[in-house]
Structure formats: structure tokens, C-alpha cells
Design a protein around this ligand. Structure first.
Ligand code: 8OZ
Length: 369
């Protein structure tokens, strides 16, 4: 092993969480839960196979049945879901890994067929995003115009996230990651293209960042600052997002999170802004890990289409403290070991990313020798 290769294997601290290495498993929506959004024993197998990661971030997990945007994604609001997740964290901890739960509300990235009683999706403002999702029967459905949340509804929303954080503790996680990225509810509040509110949650950058920060404060109240992370995607265009001044907005958010001393920020590079759909290119966008590194004093995890070489470079020049891998971790359960050794990687099969069972999920081989 060369000195460079050992970058991957150096431990790193993220607040109160000690990562055994710098290879993080990114949150990955796989849509394989059973009835009522309950995690399954197969999910425990899948995550435990990937316990070589310095940190596993769970797939995005709804804090309320009104925050669902796709079929078969997990929740963290019912006792059955907590019990399901407990099997996952027990399996992961038995192999010595650390795992945080990603707290999620999709906001307008939904459809009434996915919500209790056919409720209308909610958002900061009544602005319909382009595109669509899948209904409970997995048939494509177009996004609808969401209902703008009343100011008086916001405390209950924060309470949903707080309960999610409490339930994550009961389920045995090592902390929580607040999903502030990829065009879901908290990102919808952050960015000017989806937030035209005139109350204290809209308008100025301070106002648009308020909900995210109040949710983070609620999570800190449950876990302590050293076990709360936040995921952000400046310049990302997935889910029809845009903002008038990303450096100012996300700079403010990073400074505020830095002042709170949270465990880490997890930043997605805009080159990966099409999420599972492939790599996108956002014209004129800077390297966002560098942009936010200057504003956030704690641990920084960078994600977004990294290869072995680009990850080594980012770790070597201190762009990031750890690198999160998504697609490569889907196909390579023992990814940290393979990266450190410079071993060949299995190729991923995009057709099995979402839905289904073992195929393309728990049947990718690890190295044998
Ligand atoms: C791809 C498909 C469905 C959801 C994200 C939770 O982008 C997701 C997601 C990605 O954060």
C-alpha cells in the first residue's frame, strides 16, 4: 500500500462519532421496504454487508406519513418502523460500524396517491415542480401544485422531525443526518426558486434558512450537537431546484451550522445533481465542498460521482475529511477495502437501483481473498 492509499483508511472524528476510515456510504433510496414503510431483514443484510464503511448514512427516511414521495421508502414515525430499523442497527453494530439515520420530508416532491387520505402535498409555496414520481402501484404520476404551509403549521412540522430524531435513538442509531438537499422540503424552503413566502420563513436568506436551522436545533436537543449532521446540495438542479445566489445562501447556512458545532456537513457536488439518474453538469458551478469548507469549521463529507482517483485527490488536498460513495457502494459491499487496495470494482446495474428484492441489492460479490 502506498502512502496515498492510506488516506482512505485513516480514522476521522465527526463530532462525537469516530469513523474508522474516510469512506462513507452515501444515503441511497432503494425502495425495498414492506407494507407501511417498515424496514426489512433483507435491509439489515444489505447494510451489514457494507459495514466496512467509516460511516453508513441510511437511505432517506420519512419523519411523517405526509412526507412520503415514492413507494416503499422507509419511515421512522411508527413503532413497527423503529423495530425494523433496530434489526438494521443491531446487524451493523455487530460488525463494528457506525450508522446515522437520514431524517426526510419530501414536501412538494410527492403526489396525493402517496399521502394519507389523498392529502395534497405541502411546500413553502404553491409552486409545482417539473417532473413526476411513482404512485403506490409504481405507475408514473406527475407532480401536482402543492399547498403552501401556513406559518402556524411550522411548529408541528419541526415536531415531526424532533420525533423522528427521538425514534432514531430508540432504533439504535449513532446519530441523525438532516436531509437539507436534493429539492426536498427543507431545501425547498432554502432556495428562492421554490420559496416565495412573505412570513419569517421566506424572503431574506436568514428567513429561508430558518426552518432548516430550527429542525437542526430540534435534532441537537435530542442527540447533542456532536451526533447531528446536515446534507446540502448547493447548485443542484435535481427536483427542479434553483436559487438566485447559492454562495450567499449556502455560505450563511454553513456559517450557522458551524456556530452550532454539529458533527459534520455532507455536501453534494452539483456534477451529481441528477441523483440516481446519472451525472449532470451545472454550468458555472464552483466546487461546493471548497465553497463551504471556508465557512464550516467542522468535519466535511463530500459526495458526488467520486472515483478512486478523485477521492484520493480530495482527501489529499484537504478538500474534504471523508468521501461518500453511492453507486460504487451499491455494487461493492466491501468498497473501502477495494479502494484502499486499488482492487477492481464491480459495475453497478442501474435497473435494480429502485424496488425489487435481493437482485442488485444483496447479491453483489465481495472480494474473496
Ligand atoms: C433518487 C430517487 C429517489 C429519492 C435524494 C432521497 O436524492 C433521494 C432520492 C434519490 O436525496
Amino acid at each position: 500500500m502506498t502512502t496515498q492509499d492510506s488516506h482512505f483508511l485513516k480514522p476521522v472524528q465527526a463530532g462525537d462519532i469516530t469513523l474508522a476510515n474516510r469512506v462513507v456510504m452515501a444515503p441511497l433510496t432503494r425502495m425495498r421496504t414492506v407494507k407501511d414503510n417498515v424496514p426489512t431483514p433483507l435491509m439489515a443484510t444489505y447494510y451489514a454487508q457494507r459495514a466496512g464503511a467509516g460511516l453508513i448514512v441510511s437511505e432517506a427516511t420519512q419523519v411523517t406519513p405526509y412526507g412520503v414521495g415514492y413507494p416503499a421508502t422507509p419511515g421512522i414515525h411508527s413503532p413497527e418502523q423503529v423495530a425494523g430499523w433496530r434489526q438494521v442497527t443491531d446487524a451493523v453494530h455487530a460488525k463494528g460500524a457506525k450508522m446515522v439515520l437520514q431524517l426526510w420530508h419530501v414536501g412538494r416532491i410527492s403526489h396525493r396517491s402517496l399521502l394519507p387520505g389523498g392529502a395534497q402535498p405541502v411546500a413553502p409555496s404553491a409552486i409545482k415542480p417539473e417532473g413526476g414520481t411513482f404512485g403506490p402501484d409504481w405507475k408514473p404520476v406527475a407532480f401536482e401544485t402543492p399547498r403552501a404551509l401556513e406559518t402556524a403549521e411550522i411548529p408541528a412540522l419541526i415536531e415531526d422531525f424532533r420525533k423522528g430524531a427521538i425514534n432514531a435513538k430508540a432504533a439504535g442509531f449513532d446519530g441523525v443526518e438532516v436531509h437539507g438537499a436534493n429539492g426536498y422540503l427543507l431545501d425547498q424552503f432554502l432556495q428562492s426558486g421554490s420559496n416565495t413566502r412573505t412570513d419569517q420563513y421566506g424572503g431574506s436568506i436568514e428567513n429561508r434558512a430558518r426552518l432548516l436551522l430550527e429542525v437542526v436545533d430540534a435534532a441537537i436537543g435530542v442527540w447533542g450537537k456532536g451526533r447531528v449532521g446536515v446534507r446540502l446540495s448547493p447548485y443542484g438542479t435535481f427536483n427542479d431546484m434553483r436559487d438566485d445566489d447559492p454562495p450567499a445562501l449556502f455560505g450563511h447556512v454553513a456559517e450557522q451550522l458551524s456556530a452550532r458545532g454539529i458533527a459534520y456537513i455532507h455536501v453534494i457536488e452539483p456534477r451529481a445533481s441528477l441523483a440516481g439518474g446519472g451525472d449532470g453538469v451545472v454550468e458555472g458551478a464552483p466546487e461546493t465542498a471548497k465553497l463551504l469548507r471556508a465557512k464550516f469549521k467542522g468535519t466535511l463529507i463530500s459526495a458526488g460521482g467520486y472515483t478512486r482517483d478523485t477521492a484520493l485527490k480530495a482527501l489529499g488536498d484537504d478538500t474534504a475529511d471523508a468521501i461518500a460513495f453511492g453507486r460504487l457502494f451499491i455494487a461493492n459491499p466491501d468498497l473501502p477495502r477495494r479502494l484502499a487496495a486499488g482492487a477492481d470494482l464491480n459495475r453497478y446495474d442501474r435497473a435494480t437501483f429502485y424496488g425489487g428484492a435481493e437482485k442488485g441489492y444483496t447479491d453483489y460479490p465481495a472480494l474473496t481473498a
